[in-house]
Design a protein around this ligand. Structure first.
Ligand SMILES: [Cu+2]
Length: 304
């Protein structure tokens, strides 16, 4: 059944995906058995209680205790499914990876109609964000660049880059309405709910193939898709991000390449000539809050 279902499924590139697909197959088998069982019972009842054979209704009904025992059996099976399978599976799903496994923590902030990705940078600490600092073009998550721990933070739009074989925790939130963060190849799907930060844990087991590039992906590799799986507004159809899984060293290089240049806090000398000021201004524009990504997002919006 698992192989049969796999024909309609995207490839599985996550550590937990196999178990999820097996459960999917198991549930399909259970549903198949129930479908056939109830279908046969329905046909039996149609024949057994047909009008020709029972012209008068029986007002006393069934006097046997069989149905009581069956109901008891159903309750027992459902308790076993809940306590023995569902609750342990849920507990595994919500347990964070151990710090010894060096998990990577990434914030994903959904908005109409884009995915903002926030990396903590070299210091491993997310900079302070403030709703009043949000600027849709230059600072979509309201990152406070004045905060010391924000200086090295990386913010991208619609571009999620992760290392292979390293546990990842995505802290998922939303700026406006309910979205759903779906990584089909990673067997991950979680609603993003305004006012909540929801952790999701997974580990990628495969890097993205290089043969072809997904349209709109800015990475050098083909990207897999981040799909918004919850109807979130008129632009929902184009709320698509791109997931790239790298080899660990490749991922570190990507982080270094994306890291913002340190901004000098020194006051400008009074006698600064015009050409130097211009050069400085353009330099700062290059290193501003990922203006290139904002451009890219604009392009994506326009393309959508
Ligand atoms: Cu959405």
């Amino acid at each position: 059944m698992k192989d049969f279902l796999a024909r309609w499924m995207p490839i599985d590139t996550s550590e937990h995906g196999g178990a999820l697909d097996s459960m999917n197959a198991l549930v399909h088998w259970l549903m198949a058995v129930l479908f056939v069982g109830w279908g046969l019972y329905f046909i039996y009842v149609l024949l057994r209680f047909r009008a020709k054979k029972s012209p008068r209704a029986s007002y006393s009904g069934s006097t046997s205790q069989v149905s009581t025992w069956i109901e008891g059996g159903v309750i027992l099976v459902e308790v076993i499914l809940l306590v023995g399978f569902a609750i342990p599976a849920w507990a595994r799903w919500v347990t964070p990876p151990s710090p010894g496994d060096n998990p990577l923590v990434v914030r994903v902030i959904a908005q109409q109609f884009a995915w903002n990705i926030h990396y903590a940078g070299a210091d491993g600490i997310f900079g302070h964000t403030d709703i009043h600092l949000i600027n849709e073009a230059s600072n979509p998550i309201g990152l406070d660049r004045g905060d010391a721990s924000a200086a090295d933070d990386i913010v991208t739009i619609n571009q999620l880059h992760l290392p292979v074989n390293r546990p990842v925790t995505v802290l998922l939130s939303s700026k406006d309405v309910i979205h759903s963060f779906g990584l089909p190849v990673m067997r991950v799907k979680q609603d993003a709910i305004p006012g909540q930060e929801i952790p999701i844990h997974f580990t990628a087991t495969m890097t993205t193939p290089t043969e072809a590039r997904f349209p709109g992906c800015a990475a050098d590799k083909e990207c897999w898709e981040i799909a918004c799986a919850q109807l979130c507004g008129l632009g929902h159809y184009r709320m698509r991000g791109f997931l790239t899984i790298h080899e660990p060293d490749e991922f570190e290089n990507w982080l270094i390449a994306e890291a913002p240049e340190p901004v000098e806090a020194e006051p400008q000398p009074a006698g600064l000539d015009a050409s130097t000021a211009e050069a400085e201004a353009s330099d700062h524009a290059d290193h501003a809050d990922h203006a290139d990504h904002a451009d890219h997002a604009e392009h994506m919006r326009a393309a959508g």
